[in-house]
Design a protein. Structure first.
Length: 460
């Protein structure tokens, strides 16, 4: 049995975006590359990125497939996450569970996750073991062995996972409902783990069909970070992945969202809720979609705006709602521009007194109105840029942070040039850019508001 694995963006926190946002690594001065990186493309189309970091004799390896929950088959939502579980079963060369057991034996760690746009498998281990585990990843890319005796018990596992992580948690349930309200047509509105009634119907043929359509070297990215030499990693990749044949990959043909016509609102009351909360979410462009349009600065402007409005204890919402007015015990804002097709900007607050939930929502409204009426100052923008750069400098020492950032950005349709240019693009944002983006997205009809409250309270 493989370790418990994390399903990215499954909804413990409504306002959370991807764990590794581009804003985390904006540490270099404008005009400089973000970090040292070597890129290669194998003859079969597989992308390889090497991030040398000679701090310790350790390597972090991640293989990402450019397919996620939003690419699932009709009436088989969640099949990408199901296959993630099954990838730890037997191959022609490895017994079921052997991959994780071998990593454990050398003192390493391994895990996997699925989000809407990608599925990733990653390990961290001593550098000397890279040949072994790169060969193992290449093996399971093409040699997975599945039958009913393997698939059907694992189906029970994920049904139990849904029960424990979603259905028994009111925060997860409201998150699932909120996503469905935000996305009325696009598959991002479907849960990553899947709907129970569809999960119950998964078959061996479903899993194998998804595997054979999407899991191929020309639909995958290998990122290796740590105590490695780029040419040596390239040679290993050529030896292990190079012989695997490319295959025709389906188009990622997804339904798009219609223009928003009216605000949406939902509420969930549960006796399990100890701290009520309110969220206000707006749909935005992502980094990738903005790059294809005219307003390429919008995601970078929104990243800075989220720091101004929600930057911890110095953010506008926290200072006003928690420190000054005392109406909330937490308040803030977050922007997530990483997904392939759409981003989102979310405000959130938890009132100090459950009876003050309406006041907390009114306070969020007041801060949005003040932003649109009075704007931001040059000083606020400069301070936000400085904070992002300072925070990023600390994160550059990790192996997995840069590796997962690159893997997720490339899988979502960005380029290495986009990643490396992050600091320059952040530095180029003007006050006018921030306000243009704010006025474009903070429209009533573009909003979804969710409240979570104790069952004894009356939903507003």
């Amino acid at each position: 049995m493989p370790k418990a694995r994390k399903v990215r963006l499954r909804p413990a926190a409504l306002c959370a975006g991807l764990s590794f946002s581009l804003s985390l690594l904006a540490a270099n001065p404008a005009g400089a590359e973000l970090f040292e990186a070597k890129t290669y493309t194998l003859k079969n189309g597989m992308e390889v990125v090497v991030l040398p970091r000679h701090l310790a004799p350790v390597v972090f390896q991640v293989v990402v497939y450019k397919v996620g929950a939003a690419d699932g088959d009709k009436a088989k939502n969640g099949i990408a996450h199901f296959l993630e579980h099954l990838m730890f079963k037997a191959t022609r060369k490895m017994a079921a569970g052997q991959f994780s057991q071998d990593v454990d034996k050398v003192g390493g760690t391994d895990n996997a996750f699925t989000n809407q746009d990608m599925t990733a498998y990653h390990q961290e281990f001593a550098a000397e073991h890279l040949p072994q585990f790169m060969a193992a990843e290449a093996d399971r890319m093409v040699n997975l062995q599945l039958d009913d005796g393997v698939v059907l018990p694992e189906r029970d596992v994920i049904l139990n996972e849904r029960g424990q992580t979603v259905e028994s948690d009111p925060g997860s349930r409201i998150a699932e409902a909120m996503n469905a309200a935000v996305f009325q047509n696009h598959p991002y509105g479907l849960p990553i783990i899947g709907w129970r009634h569809e999960m119950e119907q998964y078959s061996t043929e479903d899993a194998l069909g998804f595997y054979r359509r999407w899991y191929a070297p020309n639909n995958a990215i290998l990122v290796v970070a740590g105590d490695v030499e780029p040419d040596a990693v390239r040679d290993l990749a050529e030896r292990n992945f190079g012989p695997l044949p490319a295959r025709a990959i389906p188009e990622r043909d997804r339904l798009m969202e219609p223009p928003p016509e009216a605000p949406r609102r939902l509420s969930l009351a549960s006796p399990e809720v100890e701290h009520p909360a309110v969220w206000r979410r707006y749909l935005t462009e992502s980094y990738r979609t903005a790059a294809l349009g005219e307003d390429k600065a919008a995601p970078y402007a929104l990243s800075l705006l989220s720091e101004i409005m929600g930057g911890g204890a110095v953010g506008r919402l926290y200072r006003q709602m928690v420190i000054k007015d005392g109406v909330a015990i937490s308040a803030g804002a977050r922007f997530n521009g990483d997904p392939r097709d759409y981003g989102s900007f979310t405000f959130y607050a938890s009132p100090r007194d459950p009876a003050d939930l309406p006041k907390a929502e009114q306070a969020i409204d007041a801060e949005i109105a003040r932003l649109l009426e009075d704007g931001i100052t040059e000083e606020e923008l400069a301070a936000a840029k400085k904070r992002l750069l300072m925070d990023a400098a600390k994160s550059r020492d990790s192996l997995n942070g840069p590796a997962l950032l690159v893997a997720e950005a490339l899988a979502s349709g960005e380029t290495m040039a986009d990643i490396q240019a992050w600091p320059e693009r952040i530095e180029a944002v003007k006050v006018a850019d921030v306000m243009l983006a704010a006025r474009e997205i903070f429209r009533t009809e573009n909003s979804v508001t969710s409240t979570l409250l104790p069952e004894t309270e009356t939903a507003p």
